[in-house]
Design a binder for this molecule. Sequence first.
Ligand code: NAP
Length: 433
Amino acid sequence: MRHIAIIGSGPAGYYTAEACQKAFGAEVRVDIIDRLPVPFGLIRTGVAPDHQSIKGVSRRYEAVAVTDNVRFVGNVTLGKDLSIEELIGLYDAVVLATGAPNDRPLEIPGSELPGVTGSAAFVGWYNGHPDHAALAPALDGPGAVVIGNGNVALDVARILAKTEAEFGGSDIVNHALTALQGARFDTITLLGRRGPHQIAMTPKELGELGELARAAPIVDAADLPQVEEDAALEPGQRKSVTHLRHFAAREAEAKPIRIVFDFFAMPVAIEGDGKVERVIVERTALDESGAARGTGETYAIPASLVVSCIGYRTPPIPGIPYDDRAGRFANDEGRVMPGLYAVGWARRGPTGTIGTNRPDGFAIAEKIAADIGEGAGKQGRPGLDALLQSRGVEVVTFRDWQQIETAEIAAARDGSPREKFTSVEAMLGARNP
Ligand code: NAP
């Protein structure tokens, strides 16, 4: 028998569990440990609430979760309820699938002012993550600045711009829906420190900005390279740039919100009297290596809200090798140290789509198989249960989660799949006695 513990129940965690099931069949016991009482990590609290088809992948994880040899062990926090050393002592393999929940810091003066928030917090707020439910972002407008030219920046701009009707069918939490409908933005500026050819936005997601009821994307045609230069782009990127060309060619639309793509624009400071009032931006040009270099020309963009969407970092764990520059665990293709592995964003950093984690999970299962053989007779589940019981930890099972989910479905507003509980207490309270 092989005993495997996976820390984190997001896509990387569940794909790894699925891969271990396939690799070892009945000869494995997998425990998926999560600090929240609810599973699915980024699927639940990262993927945008109006992208339900992407969230639907959790049904696949459910199929893995309800099998006999995989368990969800929720409401258990590594570093508080038990240590990584204890887990390594109990299991043949421990897999860190902890994602990258911390924002990469925006290291410019003024980034600590009220009104500046990282995308982890902002996305967590509208998705009902217990850590961020109380955020109260400054939505009084009239300007918002979204820093970054990736898919998260697109999510944030789109969520800020949508009407209540456009959230139909989404599971945006009520507190965010209400607050956003009271928002007073007329301009949402997407700041890209490089140019249209360097965006990290995928075509489908970028195209959605062109179909919003009350917001119109604005691109300055002068920022676009010669159209012939698009031929050198890979096909997906070419499609994205084609969207930008369409936006640039559009007649001005009489919509109340402008989503302005400000390219070659690097934030250098945030200013305001006790709260954000403006972002100071320096014009850039690309050097030979393709990096953005400031030109010395600066200007100010008025804003009440700044959301920085510039990537994420995995929180370190004391004693575990960590690559500080990359913001993830130091590892050799997933191997961190004997008995310890990393997968997903904790292994490779915050890149790729949900599906990228599937091959990651299968690759790590292969390495585990090669390293642990038939298993070393470690205690696994019974050992974990005894340890947690001795510490009075209230474990949440997958069956408990299904009760929580039933209560969330019952509380949904019309047309919405669920109304999420936004505190751990409320989640725990929703279980049947
Ligand atoms: P990302 O794709 O890495 O984009 C980060 C952006 O921030 C880049 O445009 C980057 O510009 C910019 N940036 C970084 N540091 C900066 C700084 N100091 N000042 C100004 N700009 C800075 O990251 P992400 O948007 O957080 O997305 C993370 C991953 O999740 C990506 O793989 C993304 O595709 C995925 N995701 C997918 C979806 C979806 O499929 N619907 C939705 C959300 C996220 P440079 O290029 O110049 O570094």
